[in-house]
Design a binder for this molecule. Structure first.
Ligand SMILES: [Ca+2]
Ligand SMILES: [Ca+2]
Length: 126
């Protein structure tokens, strides 16, 4: 599946499940939801973590006007941190996304493992 072609901003990771009532806070930006927040990426001009210490590694994405732009091949990867809560099964991720794509695209992957079966060497027949 292809990666997102568009822009993303304000990525936040919480080490707990956030109920709908608090999701509304994030949407309205009226209350800074910091309870359980373990990472925040403003994506203004880099992919540094302004809450924790898990700075992202930028591959191709560019920063303009306070957000990150992706062209369908770009990505930002962040290191694994046990404090993010992924192992516990209770975590939340929020981000703003803008895209003109109408198909499906990857906007978030955790723990991607790609296994490729190695082809057997070609044999010739006589
Ligand atoms: Ca931003
Ligand atoms: Ca690119």
């Amino acid at each position: 599946m292809e990666k997102i072609n568009g822009s993303q901003d304000d990525v936040r990771i919480y080490s707990r499940a956030i109920p709908a009532s608090e999701v509304q806070y994030i949407y309205e930006s009226t209350i800074q939801l910091t309870d359980g927040q373990v990472a925040k990426y403003r994506l203004d001009y880099d992919a540094n973590d302004s809450v924790g210490s898990n700075n992202g590694t930028v591959t191709g994405a560019t920063f303009t006007a306070g957000y990150a732009s992706f062209d369908g091949n770009d990505e930002i990867s962040i290191p694994h941190d046990v404090n993010h809560g992924f192992s516990s099964g209770y975590f939340s991720v929020s981000k703003w996304i803008k895209t003109t794509s109408t198909g499906m695209a990857v906007v978030w992957i955790k723990g991607l493992w790609l296994k490729r079966k190695r082809n057997s060497p070609a044999t010739s027949q006589s």
